[in-house]
Design a protein around this ligand. Structure first.
Ligand code: ZN
Length: 195
């Protein structure tokens, strides 16, 4: 089974369109924008015709940065950074699907995510090594890790009307228009060719 961590954002929607994994996994880990992400994820999964599983594991008490309306952790340089978040989310997916012939966990990391320690090729390689201690053939992949979001969107040919339903805000359940997530999406739409 191939699973894509699916937040309802631009990157995971483009990957879902291109790769059509067996399952999409949405995680509510206590992030403030969870309700907005879920709304988009449910709608987009339906439009994509792909099955969506929802996983809930509230770790908001352990979060930092924009997504829990707290100051950034002392070692973080980026407003939305949540220490160890991606390894937590990938581990949750591994737990959820370990008994279902899990072959691959795909994540929507893009090149610009390298500002985060858990958005780098080194992280990807090491988390795969770690998970393979228990599931030796499990692959952890990030097909867009070497390209930016605009390139991913263009290469995937994901329809623009589908992208209009994505949700990327870090601070609220309705797009705030002023966080790094919203600003990246506004920038992306301004760079996409008009159809
Ligand atoms: Zn926002």
């Amino acid at each position: 089974m191939k699973v894509l961590l699916f937040s309802g954002g631009v990157e995971s929607t483009a990957l879902a369109w291109s790769y059509r994994p067996d399952r999409l996994a949405f995680v509510d880990y206590g992030q403030i924008p969870a309700a907005g992400e879920r709304r988009s994820a449910v709608f987009l999964a339906d439009r994509l015709g792909l099955p969506l599983d929802q996983i809930a594991a509230d770790i908001s008490a352990l979060g930092a940065g924009d997504m829990v309306a707290r100051a950034a952790a002392s070692h973080s340089k980026v407003a939305e950074a949540w220490p160890f978040r991606n390894q937590f989310l990938i581990t949750l997916a591994a737990m959820r699907y370990a008994g279902n012939d899990l072959e691959e966990i795909m994540i929507g990391t893009v090149a610009t995510d390298a500002v985060h320690a858990d958005g780098t090729p080194t992280f990807l390689s090491r988390i795969q090594d770690l998970l393979q201690c228990e599931l030796p053939s499990l692959q952890v992949t990030a097909p867009a890790i070497a390209i930016d979001t605009l390139t991913l969107v263009k290469q995937s040919s994901v329809p623009r009307d589908l992208l209009g339903w994505t949700f990327s805000c870090h601070r609220a359940t309705v797009a705030c228009g002023n966080c790094r997530g919203c600003n990246k999406t506004i920038q992306l739409f301004s760079e996409l060719p008009n159809e």
